[in-house]
Design a protein around this ligand. Sequence first.
Ligand SMILES: [Zn+2]
Ligand SMILES: [Zn+2]
Length: 348
Amino acid sequence: MKAAVLENRGVLTYKDVPTPEPGPGHVRLKVKAISICGSDIKRYVDGHRMYPLILGHENSGVIDCVGEGVRESYIGKHAAIIPLVPCFECEQCQRGYYSACHNYSFIGSRQSGGFAEFVDLPERNAFILPDDLPFEYTALIEPSTVARHMLALGDFKRGQTAVVLGAGSIGLMIVQWLRILGADRIIVTDVLEENLRIASNIGAHVTLNPSKVDVIKEVQKLLGDGADLTLEATGVPQVLEQTLPITRPRGKVVLAGNQPLDKSLRLTFIETMIRREISLIGCFMSYSAPFPGHEWTETLAALSNGSLDMDALISHRFPLSKAPEVFEKIGAHQLAHQKIILNPEEAA
Ligand SMILES: [Zn+2]
Ligand SMILES: [Zn+2]
């Protein structure tokens, strides 16, 4: 089969690799749509723990083959990849905290992923879908589940106010979930006007561009002492520092952006957190018990009833064979984008 393989830092090659055969308890997905994740880009730009690796974990397709012990009736079913492969045995798995598993794998990061014509996955990692949803939309289920998980961790309640920092793909998914779950006021910040335009189209009440206005002052004008819930989805240290002054006393801040590890934070941050009694909550992936969690079933329901708009988030479509050029352009900051869909069937 053809696959886009990360062979070294900044080296992605479209080439022939062996087609996987599903082992016992596994299924094989014939890939129909792939969405590029920010983490795929990070692995390409910054380098990764292992080479060669087929990247990709935001995929949907059709199960075309099953291994020993898996019901034949799975063949022909549509499915999306659930990328986390927990051990289901360790202390954290027993508690249902799968993303804290002591011994996990992850499709497209620690084992072969979905930038390919076929992917082998454990039966439990196939999220079975109805046949009538477009593959491009179901490839975007995973990033939606991350946004839904952030709101669950932040204990978001209907009628609350929220600030979303960063209108990239996770930020835009958060905006949609805030709208679906009945936020009273949704304020979104981003330095790119195009991202803010999309945010407005899908439910943001107010958009702020920090390169043009003082975000802290504007939020205080709009919400007084601050938002009930602030969601950080940029991974930019200066943005992280803004989270507390825009959150009301006793409010919550959920962090999902990966920060640069060579930077440090002044302890005035903790001082502000203490004085305002703000809860600072980390978010890693998108899972809860029973596996994979309500984040996944709710995303499917919202997609099925039309309340999640995936179309608004897709900016580009390319054949998988173009993946090396696409990544080269992204790495050189020459391709402004929201979600990019790769299609393996158009591969030359
Ligand atoms: Zn992802
Ligand atoms: Zn475990």
